[in-house]
Design a protein around this ligand. Structure first.
Ligand SMILES: *Cc1c(COP(=O)(O)O)cnc(C)c1O
Length: 358
């Protein structure tokens, strides 16, 4: 099976497993795990922030990051297809009493004017108060798309003018960094807090890191414990993250090339279903025309290619370090031929409202 469902499916390499076995560890609730401390400091440094907090998932890192900035009863603004509103099971609302209001884009990438329009300053007893702006970079359901550093600086300045905080869901910020050459610190400078995933393209088995001010990370550490996320000797897991930072960042360029090769192969057999020139990173979203995405996913699986349905007529492929360029070309040809059996590919270009079939 060529598994392109997500870049979370990677298995730790032999070298990563060795690094995990050899890691010095301690009880992190006592603040005694040196490997976790090293990972937190390193990621904070890369992003130009004071401190970091290691979490089991990106969802928890986002939950804590937004909670730092938005009190119960206030709102965070974000894209309508943001992971925080679509894929975190309503946690921000259910656990922290936070409401969201969203803007809409075709590919997940907002400009500053769109964000500015959504901001609702304190309107007394009439409207929910905006407390923070959340941005996702790269944008997952948008197709691995990238907000430019310039746009992010504009959004940051809007937020400062309005007295709002900013949080970046940077689950795949590494991909944006490698694709554009924009430094992680330049991205980091536009936000009060940033979450990054180690378990996506970087290939670690588990883990994310939240970064921000030392004061905010101290608060987030307490809330993480409250939510049941205090670790003990999790340096074993942090070691995988450190290994990934040393060995798996620059190679993301290979995943981006493989994603373009996949899209080219799909487009060759089924023109119009995907624009290979619109594959900025490691995610390819393909239109299935009139055929239900779930049916296409099932047919592809029957031919050895695992994909995800991310909308009623949209399927997604994600490249990663456990698939080769050749695998991706082959997978693209398989999907392209399936779609060519039904040449109508002029279905909706967005419309993520459909059921997601894993
Ligand atoms: C994967 C992902 C996350 C975090 O997911 P977890 O499964 O909770 O680690 C957050 N944001 C985006 C955009 C993601 O793709």
């Amino acid at each position: 099976m060529i598994d392109l469902r997500s870049d979370t499916v990677t298995k730790p390499t032999e070298a990563m497993r060795r690094a995990m076995m050899e890691a010095p560890v301690g009880d992190d609730v006592y603040g005694e795990d040196p490997t976790i401390a090293e990972l937190e400091a390193r990621v904070a440094g890369l992003l130009g922030h004071e401190a970091g907090l290691f979490t089991p998932t990106g969802s928890l890192a986002n939950l804590l990051g937004i909670w730092l900035h938005v009190p119960a009863g206030a709102e965070v603004l974000c894209d309508a297809q943001a992971h925080i509103v679509r894929a975190e099971m309503g946690a921000h609302a259910q656990l922290h009493g936070i409401t969201t209001r969203t803007w809409t884009t075709s590919d997940g990438i907002a400009d500053a004017a769109t964000v500015a329009e959504a901001i609702a300053p304190d309107n007394g007893p009439f409207l929910v108060r905006t407390a923070a702006i959340e941005i996702e970079n790269t944008h997952n359901f948008g197709g691995g798309t990238i907000h430019s550093a310039e746009t992010l600086r504009e959004i940051r300045s809007l937020a400062l003018d309005a007295g709002l905080k900013t949080h970046l869901d940077g689950a795949r910020l590494w991909n944006a960094h490698v694709a554009t050459g924009t430094s992680l610190a330049d991205y980091g400078a536009c936000f009060d807090s940033v979450s990054v995933c180690l378990s996506k393209g970087l290939g670690a088995p588990v883990g994310s890191v939240l970064v921000g001010s030392a004061e905010d990370m101290a608060r987030a550490r307490v809330q993480r414990k409250r939510l049941g996320g205090g670790w003990r000797q999790a340096g074993l897991l942090a070691a995988a993250g450190l290994h990934a930072l040393d060995h798996h960042v620059e190679r993301l360029a290979e995943d981006h090339a493989a994603a373009r090769a996949f899209a080219e192969a799909v487009g060759l057999a089924a023109p119009g279903s995907v624009g290979p020139e619109k594959v900025p990173t490691n995610i390819v979203v393909v239109k299935t025309g009139e055929r239900p995405a779930g049916e296409v996913v099932a047919a592809a699986a029957g031919q050895g290619v695992a994909l995800s349905a991310v909308g009623a007529h949209l399927v997604r492929a994600v490249t990663h370090l456990d698939v080769s360029l050749d695998d991706c070309r082959t997978a693209g040809a398989v999907l392209g031929e399936l779609l060519a059996l039904n040449p109508r590919t002029d279905g909706p270009s967005s419309g993520f409202a459909g059921r997601v079939v894993p």
